[in-house]
Design a protein around this ligand. Sequence first.
Ligand code: PGA
Length: 242
Amino acid sequence: MKYVIGNWKMYCNVSQARQLVAEITTGLTSQSAKDLEIVLCPPFTALYVVYQDIQSLTSLKIKLGAQNCYFMPFGAYTGEISPSQLKDFCQYVILGHSERRRYFAEDDKLINKKIKSAIKFGLKPIVCIGEQKRGDNKEGIFKQAESAISGLQPGQIKKIIFAYEPVWAIGTGKQPEPAYANKIIKEIKNVTKAKVVLYGGSVDGENVGGFVKQPDIDGFLVGGASLSAKEFLKIINQVKEG
Ligand code: PGA
């Protein structure tokens, strides 16, 4: 099965989120969504309405993800949200996104704790790893991957979805060669024994085709282009066609 995951980041208020969901679901048929795992990751403030809308607007099995969580199940942690709270309506949670690492000083150790907690509460973590600059040594990517799975059993590792996201490719319009991304993704699978590894970084309806053809890329984590229903649907259709 292939994945198309939309990371809306800190965009959309409630009405904009509802509008985007309506446009996406109108453009999808049960045929176009068949054998695909489509996951929307709105901001926290829109999770609940999006949850309600995807339940009522469509019979399509669109899934929901959060963009972050804390590792404690509950407690006096002002401003944080726990995996057990997300579990009410989410199946997935993005963890270790490069923007969390960069702007909120999240390190490998904290991300590993969050991954463990998400799995414990039945969420599937979408774990982002990637090098800072084009041409950087690959070791950093594998260090992040190994740290992510530290202390996990093989059965738990299979619940993780890794997203190979070169930091220099995020929101920049730049991308690695699809064959290079495939090579890194294959190595991530070898190192971690994870089953699903996605590519992310400036994916849009035009350039996704080259990545779709690669044998080891299991789908895409899409940022900017997921905020346009037209672009997001284009990506879905190309992944579907294979
Ligand atoms: P982008 O973002 O598609 O806008 O490059 C991807 C991501 O941050 O997950």
